[in-house]
Design a protein around this ligand. Structure first.
Ligand code: AMP
Ligand code: GLY
Length: 428
């Protein structure tokens, strides 16, 4: 029997705890800091996800054998290296990549170099700094609109600006490189060709030797219906993605997934953990938009309910570098999730709104909490994205109906959700 610690407080972490709670070999699950939902399936612990020293001490005191960082920050800050370099912590299996490998998400330039070096399809690019801003403006003039400008470093999902005109692109370059629009994250900027197409993502688990491909998903990033308005952390998701059939999946595996893992080996990156391939379907050709070094949120809310395997068993195999012995067992049904968010999000919004739940009857509907907090026995809002309602059904239409029926059992003041999740996929 083993104890597991998950780092984070979102819907993704609630899902991972929910999934591990179904594993007979898991004794105790802790989530730091967690939310009101994770408290139902695990023990929430008051630890900051970047306080490696406190996390290490907690692992020793509570006999933790597996640590799963949910988000990228602790990985990019080197939590894996911290555990590996510490004699008393080395025995803890941290399911995530090293600081160096996490640069795949931590630096757009690093990721682009890796992609090009391994002949993996992606948009052409060049990168620039304040010193080379004149060259950047010259480069822009060799390209056509729209222009894609990306802050090199982590910018909480906000570091990409798509400019419709040269004037706007010049101005954005000035803001990013000279005025620190995204702080130090934009002291280097990647300019890349604009790709047109439907975006989707696919995920894998790897132990550094072999990998296991997980179901794909499509998320809905914009706040407004019809994919309009500001970008958010994600307003909903669907898995599977109808146009990703077996043939297309084989193409993704041959052209993107395999060369990525071969690239890790060539560079001796010793990548362990989840790999998130952010892809775009460019006229039938999958291309990489980005890598993330963790699972997606809200993608986890539709991917994990479809995985029938015992997650703790997969982690054990990964720990022993025997993932090659695992076979993924996927529920063929469709899973959809719809996020309820605080009114005003992703801009300013209020917290502390009491959440009312009415009884949910369907057993294939799953409520995953994100920005929620328990206080005095009440559950109240504590973040922008509040609760995701996932549902499994034989068709996309049925799954969506169940997700929305589930959303209707939840209410809080100024609650908002998109009513068009999955609608674009109904015609495939
Ligand atoms: P990223 O942080 O790299 O995932 O980019 C955020 C979003 O910007 C993506 O999900 C896309 O919608 C958009 N984007 C990024 N790169 C491109 C590109 N080369 N062409 C078109 N859209 C892009
Ligand atoms: N849903 C996108 C992400 O997790 O980055």
């Amino acid at each position: 029997m083993k104890n597991v610690l998950i780092l984070g407080s979102g819907g993704r972490e609630h899902v991972l705890a929910w999934k591990l709670n179904q594993s007979p070999s898991v004794n105790h699950i802790y989530v730091a800091p967690g939310n009101a939902g994770s408290a139902n399936v695990a023990s929430n612990i008051d630890l900051a996800i970047l306080d490696f020293e406190a996390i290490g001490a907690f692992c020793l005191e509570n006999n933790i054998s597996i640590l799963i960082p949910g988000s990228e920050d602790p990985l990019v800050e080197g939590i894996v290296d911290y555990f590996n370099e510490n004699d008393s912590l080395r025995h803890v299996f941290v399911f995530g990549p090293s600081k160096e490998a996490a640069e795949l998400e931590g630096s757009k330039e690093f990721a682009k170099k890796f992609l090009i070096e391994n002949d993996i399809p992606t948009a052409q690019y060049e990168s620039f700094t304040a010193k080379t801003i004149d060259a950047a403006k010259k480069y822009l003039r060799t390209k056509e609109a729209p222009y894609v400008l990306k802050a090199d470093g982590l910018a909480a999902g906000k570091g990409v600006v798509i400019c419709e005109t040269l004037e706007e692109a010049d101005l954005t370059l000035d803001e990013m490189l000279l005025n620190e629009k995204f702080g130090t994250a934009s002291s280097k900027v990647v300019i890349e060709d604009f790709l047109q197409g439907v975006e989707f993502s696919i995920f894998a688990m790897t132990d550094g030797e072999s990998y296991l491909v997980l179901p794909e998903a499509k998320d809905y990033k914009r706040i407004g219906e019809g994919d309009t308005g500001l970008n958010t952390g994600g307003m909903g998701a669907v898995s599977p993605v109808p146009f990703v059939d077996a043939e297309y999946l084989a193409k993704v595996e041959n052209e993107i997934i395999k060369p990525t893992f071969e690239g890790f080996k060539k560079r001796n990156m010793n990548y362990v953990g989840f790999v998130f391939f952010g892809l775009i379907n460019d006229n039938g050709n999958p291309k990489v938009i980005e890598y993330n070094v963790r699972m997606g949120d809200p993608e986890t809310e539709v991917v994990f309910p479809r995985i029938k395997n015992d997650f703790a068993e997969l982690l054990d195999l990964a720990k022993d570098k025997r993932l090659c012995d695992a076979k993924i067992n996927i529920d063929q049904r469709t899973c959809t999730t719809v996020f309820t968010v605080s009114g005003g999000y992703p801009e300013a919004y209020q917290k502390g709104k009491k959440i009312e739940f009415s009884k949910l009857l369907d057993t294939d509907t799953l409520v995953f909490q994100a920005g929620t907090k328990l206080s005095d026995g009440d559950i109240s809002t504590s973040g922008g994205r509040v609760i995701a309602v996932s549902a499994l059904a034989n068709t996309l239409t049925e799954a969506l109906t169940k997700s929305y029926d589930g959303v209707n059992t939840i209410s809080f003041e100024d609650m908002y959700f998109r009513k068009d999740i999955g609608q674009d996929l109904l015609n495939y």
